[in-house]
Design a protein around this ligand. Sequence first.
Ligand code: AMP
Ligand code: TRP
Length: 339
Amino acid sequence: MDNDAQRKKVVLTCVQPTGKLHLGNYLGAVKNWIAYQESCECYFGIVDMHAITIPYVPADLRKNVYSLAAQYMACGIDPSKCNMFVQSNVVGHADLAWILGCICPLGQLERMTQYKDKARKHANNLCSGLLYYPVLMAADILIYNADIVPVGEDQKQHIEITRDLAQKFNRTYSDTFVLPEPYIPKTGARIMSLQSPDSKMSKSDPNQNGTIYITDDADTLRKKIMSAVTDSDTAVRYDEANKPGISNLMNIMSSLGGMGISDIEDSFAGKNYGEFKKAVADVVVEALSPVRERYDALVADKDALNKVLSDGAAAAQRRADRIMSKVRRKVGFVDTRAK
Ligand code: AMP
Ligand code: TRP
């Protein structure tokens, strides 16, 4: 195991290639990863093997992998500073998941909250891959001996099981894995739906006008913001409990435009909601237009995307191979392959 105190921390996170990134994903997650690129050794995985645990269309999966890679790069994930790869392109994730599964109690998997939720949703089409999902996720993390795993609050239980499995492996076969630490951003980064500001902005919001996608065009952005639900008061004042819609717009304006909440209150004193919304729309359009332009260019150049993902997978494979050769030896697998 690396024990050089000076070595860079290894940061790993993964996302499922489903759909488009929204403003909540950008401000609550991707922005933090961009900061890590400067000081850490970063691995960003697009987890296509996790995506097939629920019913899906292969052609959409293929398209979504490229689209997501382009969206991340458009947001600022820089392939010259990190390794972005597709999970199924790195050999070893499934092998390690199998090994970890053989030390993982079945009851622990059956008790996972996300499994229970999804099992309910897909009750008449339930595959064992869904139950095994957390073991594969543990393998995604441990195969790189990651120090830090930035994730959303909902993934906390999955990091706990990863740590349990790492500990159990270390106890059973001797010290091998680092115990990863989750990095869960503070609740301040919660962006709410524009249409129902009491719930989180989400891609599964039934009212899609409440969700700002980073690739929305300027007209769509303006329409969504101008029709955001507010309250019957008139003052632009921060009050999450009583004015959730206005407070959410203030958070968005502050995060994207860089001005403080009290500066926003001062500059809109005596002005109406219409003027305020128009100013929010200006800030959002100015921040997201370059992102959309970069996305359009990136997604159109499939050769360049293939090169980024193939370089990322090669770097990820080098690190994974080092760790997997130890794992294989420790569990008693012989290697009869020609060297
Ligand atoms: P999801 O879209 O649920 O897969 O989440 C991907 C990442 O984005 C996780 O790290 C979440 O915590 C973050 N995220 C999702 N929705 C929001 C939101 N409305 N506000 C802030 N962060 C969010
Ligand atoms: N389960 C995560 C999600 O749905 C995605 C994921 C898979 C992941 N493997 C991971 C996240 C490893 C962090 C590390 O968001």
